[in-house]
Design a protein around this ligand. Structure first.
Ligand SMILES: Nc1ncnc2c1ncn2[C@@H]1O[C@H](COP(=O)(O)OP(=O)(O)O)[C@@H](O)[C@H]1O
Ligand SMILES: Nc1ccn([C@@H]2O[C@H](COP(=O)(O)O)[C@@H](O)[C@H]2O)c(=O)n1
Length: 212
């Protein structure tokens, strides 16, 4: 597989803006045409730095919304390897343990990679690897409400911890890093992950890139 055959679409935006939902929808709908093994989703969160050497008390103090919390270097290397037709081992991340797990996920090269994560568009070396980029422009109050529900239900958090983390780091880092990165997006998607027209436009663009 040469580099022309690996299309990478980057989807960024606030936490709980609908990045995973739109990525998953595109994955499900395109895998019917392309085949399950020819399209994959990579979550930037898998590349949070390993903190297994730290105590839980220290892990919870990390600012997870600052670019330095993520190993973008490793992510960029993996994307380059996939583009070259090589297999990669993607780290698995635990939001409950705030660190990487020992297991990794084997990913074989694919025709299409959908990359989703809050800080993707802040990094020029990642932008360089994308064939198209998207920013989910969901209102921040809606994102906060969705995050509160999701983090309590799925990420082992209390309501109080979600609220204090939001005030201390999530909102300030959104304003400092994530929101300004919108200028780098090719497409800005209002309302969230259920935006049908935006989903269709992205699918059509992927098909167009594959047909080059
Ligand atoms: N348009 C929408 N309407 C209702 N719920 C939504 C919508 N988009 C996302 N959600 C829900 O909000 C939560 C966060 O969405 P998700 O796609 O995981 O966001 P992100 O990947 O940006 O953090 C999930 O529980 C998801 O099911
Ligand atoms: N140990 C961690 C790691 C990350 N987070 C939060 O996850 C958010 C990004 O993931 P989304 O699916 O919501 O885009 C980010 O805002 C981090 O604050 C965390 O709480 N704990």
């Amino acid at each position: 597989m040469n580099s022309q055959q690996c299309v990478i679409i980057g989807i960024a935006g606030a936490s709980a803006s609908g990045k995973s939902l739109i990525a998953q929808t595109i994955f499900e709908e395109l895998k019917r045409d392309l085949g399950t093994d020819q399209i994959g989703v990579i979550n930037e969160d898998a590349y949070y730095r390993d903190q297994s050497h730290m105590t839980m008390e220290d892990r919870v103090k990390t600012n997870y919304d600052h670019p330095k919390a993520l190993d973008h270097q490793l992510l960029a290397e993996h994307l380059k390897q996939l583009k070259k037709g090589e297999q990669v081992n993607i780290p698995c991340y635990s939001y409950k343990e705030h660190t990487r797990m020992t297991k990794t996920l084997d990913m074989q090269p694919k025709k299409v990679i959908i990359l989703e994560g809050i800080l993707l568009l802040t990094d020029p070396k990642l932008r360089e690897l994308m064939d198209a980029s998207v920013f989910m422009d969901t209102p921040l109050d809606i994102c906060f409400l969705r995050r509160l529900t999701r983090d309590v239900a799925e990420r082992g958090r209390t309501m109080e911890s979600v609220i204090s983390q939001y005030k201390a780091t999530v909102r300030p880092m959104f304003l400092q890093f994530i929101e300004p990165s919108k200028q780098h997006a090719d497409i800005i998607v209002p309302r969230g992950g259920k935006n049908r027209i935006a989903t269709d436009i992205l699918k059509a663009r992927i098909q167009h890139l594959l047909a080059r």
